[in-house]
Write a protein that binds this ligand. Structure first.
Ligand SMILES: [Zn+2]
Ligand SMILES: [Zn+2]
Length: 403
């Protein structure tokens, strides 16, 4: 009977062929590489460096920021670093401690500055009275110690040291080399955002604009603030600022006043948004207001991260990777990118869930290796989902950020 034959044939096909889902998954596994690790296909440092690598005094701590590779997005290691307590100097969060070059009370030579309460120090040799530490200097404009964002070692009174536990749910990594902010949640890289750290312009002789790297606590939810121009007018509105290092705050990408054609004043993100992914600020960390594919923006950070001043809460830890001496390579050609001509003909995307394209079924995957092909050559990186940059743009970033 032809009908029964057909059923038997279909059953045989079902038994002999593996389910479609498994076959597809297998297509994505190349050789023996672990493609689930985020670092595998993304742009990474050509040679990894640690802050402590050139120091004559090495540390024996485990999962310590100072001997962990900068730029390496290894989730397990980064998470251990992000959840480890921070050692700070006890004091006023708006003031800096001048760190002595010698362990003596009357020493007036200083190696650098550390901001009290929120800036982590690396304890290298702990003595009864004096402790050798290292940190990136937080000298501010007008400071008598002119060491700006440089790594230094020196002595602090041991009695000032205070170990502070940190939030165990979220942690933040800011990479000055790639100008990205990575939000980690419970051991996993949760989302990637574009940011702008401080721009030191040698022509303007303003080295205090460089954002110091290191370990920090989100010490105070300070709120919105305006920057004023020379004429006293508001020239910039920065929303939802969270203090991490005295005058250095994490806030939303600033708005700038604009007068429209009918003479009405409005605030616009456009100008400052153009610079996200590049150094641009006076030292603060500007973060995107556009939502990532995971629905995260600066406002989300403000509302959801742990504020250690509240009862039962711990501070959220922020680590900043320095850019000095670092160079990043290119992403893997097999990295998948997305394009949807109908919804967004200008950009390429890191995720098919990007808010710019996700409601459409016409999204087409392609690979990083095809990015220079005619069909994709003119596309720009999407400002919502932070896709990997083109090789030419990575070359530029390496040139600009390597001071
Ligand atoms: Zn250490
Ligand atoms: Zn996108």
């Amino acid at each position: 009977m032809p009908y029964i034959k057909r059923i038997i044939a279909l059953l045989l096909i079902a038994i002999l062929l593996p389910p479609a889902g498994i076959a597809e998954e297998e297509d994505f596994i190349w050789e023996d590489e672990d493609l689930s690790a985020p670092e595998t296909l993304l742009a990474t440092d050509l040679i990894y460096h640690t802050p402590n690598e050139n120091s004559p005094v090495k540390c024996s701590h485990t999962d310590c920021y100072w001997n962990t590779d900068m730029g390496r997005l290894d989730e397990e290691t980064v998470w251990k670093v992000l959840t480890r307590p921070v050692t700070v100097l006890d004091g006023n969060q708006r003031h800096q401690h001048k760190v002595r070059t010698r362990p003596e009370e009357d020493c007036t030579e200083y190696a650098g500055c550390v901001t009290y309460a929120s800036q982590g120090v690396h304890v290298l040799e702990k003595g009864e009275e004096w402790t050798l530490i290292e940190a990136y200097s937080s000298s501010v404009e007008g400071s008598s110690v002119k060491v700006y964002a440089e790594l230094f070692q020196g002595y602090v009174p041991t009695e000032l040291l205070k170990e502070v536990p940190v939030d165990q749910t979220y942690g933040i990594v800011i990479d000055k080399q790639q100008q990205r902010l990575y939000l980690f949640r419970e051991g996993k890289l949760y989302t990637t955002m574009l940011c702008s750290t401080g721009f030191y312009n040698p022509k303007k002789k303003n080295p205090w604009n460089e954002t110091p790297a290191g370990e920090f606590l989100m010490i105070s939810w300070t709120g919105d603030f305006y920057l004023k121009g020379e004429d006293g007018d508001n020239t910039m509105l920065c929303k939802r600022a969270i203090r991490i290092n005295d005058g250095i705050l994490i806030h939303e990408v600033p708005m700038i006043p604009r007068t429209d054609s009918s003479g009405n004043k409005t605030w616009s993100y456009t100008r400052c948004e153009r610079y996200l992914g590049e150094k641009a600020s006076h030292g603060c960390i500007r973060v995107q207001q556009k939502k990532t594919p995971e629905g995260i923006n600066e406002e989300w950070l403000w509302k959801n991260l742990s504020d250690g001043t509240k009862k039962g809460k711990n501070y959220t830890k922020v680590i900043i990777w320095d850019d000095a001496g670092r160079e990043i390579g290119y992403p893997d050609d097999r990295l998948e990118l997305y394009y949807n001509q109908k919804r967004d003909s200008k950009h390429y995307h890191s995720s098919r869930n990007c808010v710019m394209i996700r409601t459409s079924s016409k999204t087409k995957p392609f690979t990083y290796g095809e990015l220079e092909d005619k069909a994709y050559k003119k596309l720009e990186a999407c400002p919502y989902c932070a896709p990997q940059l083109r090789q030419s743009e990575i070359d530029l970033l390496n040139k600009k950020n390597n001071r």
